[in-house]
Each structure stands twice: as structure tokens, then as C-alpha cells.
Design a protein. Structure first.
Length: 255
């Protein structure tokens, strides 16, 4: 567990003065207040991005403490070595707020063309430079958006100990990614259908040298329609093992 008061970690509810001075329009995020926290978290991401260099390999950690935090828009990450850590699944909850509703508009993507996807329909968007991003110890919720984490061209992503709950299309949607590790997560009602074409709780295209393991993927009795497990297009040297999948369709891989 990361120490939330360590100087190596930025706690979104106790921002360093240097970030507040650089962004006078933002304040500390406040859990459970029902207000948008996207501007605060994006300001932290941007501040870390401005400090990163091509030579740096040190990971910057953003700590999201216990409570519910609301997002009115997608958080964009376009620099490497940023890790998001919460206080634990079920304790730290990030969700779309009432103004961030996409439903199944602009679905589906083509399956192989990243430009056909709606990147603004996810809680997080990992851009090409977001290598070595990580997410752990939190719950992500979004019944009226496509998914939680979108990534295209970012490598060495690790997603672990995250609960994904109730997403319209695909909780995790990746394109052109190498050396990803997706493990020890829980997916509940986390992959559905848009305009007649299915997504997947985990849906990746052109995934290489990666591992998907020890995940639990399920459909609750509250979800209308089918729920889908793991879906892939043109995987290479990727292992899928030790997953428990109890959905309408478990695994679909195509060349």
C-alpha cells in the first residue's frame, strides 16, 4: 500500500502548494461531495507531464483516497510513468457524473481502426506517450459511458486489483499495445453491446507480448442484455490464463 502522505505521492485531496499555485482555478478534490473532480485530477496529470522527460523512468503516483469521486469528462494521459492508486476496490470509487453520459452513441468501433472509437466515452484515455501507466486498488463505475480505460499505442500498461462495474461496451479497450498486464481484477456487467455489435469486458486489438490472468468476469442478475468476457483482434504472443468467466460469452479471438 502506498503511503498517502509520502512526498513521492500526490494525494488529490491534499495537493502540494506548487500545483495549487500553478492552477489557481482548482481546489483539492473532496470525496462524496457530488461535484466534478475531473479538473483537479487532470491538473495533477498535466503537472506531472510537464515535469517528465524522455530520459526519466521514475514513476509518479497519484493517490485517490477512500470515497466517491465524480468525473464530468475523460481524463487524458499523454506522458509515461504515471500510476493511479486508490485505497482499495470498494473504498475508492471513480464514476461518471450525471453530465457525462454517452450511452451507446458512436458505437461500435471498427475493431481494428482506432480512429473509429470514441475516446471521449471512457473515464481514462491513455495516449501514445502514456507508456508504463498503472491502475490499482479502486472501483471504476460508468453505466452511461462506453468504458473505463481506453489506450492506443501505450505500452507496458498494468491494471490490477481494480473492480470494473457496469459499463456499456468495454471496461478496458486497447489498441496497438505491447507488454500489458491485466490481472487480479473483478469485472461485473462490464462489457456489453452497442448498435448490434459486441464489446467485451476486456477488448483489445493488436495486443502483443501481454498477459491477461487471474481476473473474475461475471454478469449480475441486474443487467439487461448479454455481457461479454474477453474479446481480441490479432493477438500475438499473448497469454490468457487462470481467469474465471461467467458471462453470456466467455472468450472470442479472431485473426
Amino acid at each position: 500500500m502506498i503511503d498517502p502522505i509520502s512526498t513521492s505521492v500526490i494525494n488529490i485531496t491534499r495537493l502540494p502548494e506548487v500545483i495549487l499555485q500553478a492552477n489557481p482555478s482548482i481546489t483539492n478534490a473532496i470525496a462524496n461531495d457530488g461535484l466534478d473532480d475531473a479538473d483537479t485530477i487532470q491538473a495533477v496529470i498535466d503537472w506531472l507531464s510537464d515535469r517528465s522527460t524522455d530520459e526519466s523512468t521514475q514513476t509518479s503516483k497519484i493517490y485517490i483516497p477512500e470515497g466517491i469521486f465524480d468525473l464530468a469528462e475523460t481524463l487524458e494521459i499523454d506522458s509515461p510513468n504515471i500510476e493511479f492508486e486508490g485505497a482499495g476496490a470498494g473504498r475508492t470509487i471513480l464514476r461518471n457524473d450525471n453530465t457525462f453520459r454517452v450511452g451507446t452513441r458512436n458505437t461500435p468501433d471498427s475493431g481494428t481502426d482506432v480512429d473509429s472509437a470514441n475516446r471521449d466515452a471512457y473515464l481514462f484515455d491513455l495516449r501514445t506517450n502514456a507508456d508504463n501507466s498503472a491502475f490499482t486498488n479502486m472501483t471504476l463505475v460508468g453505466s452511461e459511458i462506453h468504458g473505463a480505460i481506453f489506450g492506443a499505442g501505450a505500452d507496458d500498461i498494468e491494471i490490477s486489483a481494480v473492480e470494473f462495474n457496469n459499463f456499456a461496451l468495454s471496461s478496458i479497450r486497447l489498441f496497438n499495445t505491447e507488454r500489458a498486464k491485466i490481472h487480479d481484477n473483478i469485472f461485473i456487467d462490464a462489457g456489453g453491446r452497442g448498435n448490434g455489435v459486441t464489446g467485451g469486458s476486456i477488448y483489445a486489438s493488436f495486443l502483443r507480448n501481454s498477459e491477461i490472468y487471474n481476473n473474475r468476469i461475471s454478469r449480475s442478475g441486474n443487467r439487461e442484455g448479454n455481457v461479454f468476457g474477453i474479446k481480441g483482434r490479432q493477438f500475438r504472443d499473448t497469454r490468457i490464463f487462470n481467469n474465471t468467466i461467467d458471462t453470456n460469452f466467455a472468450i472470442e479471438l479472431t485473426i
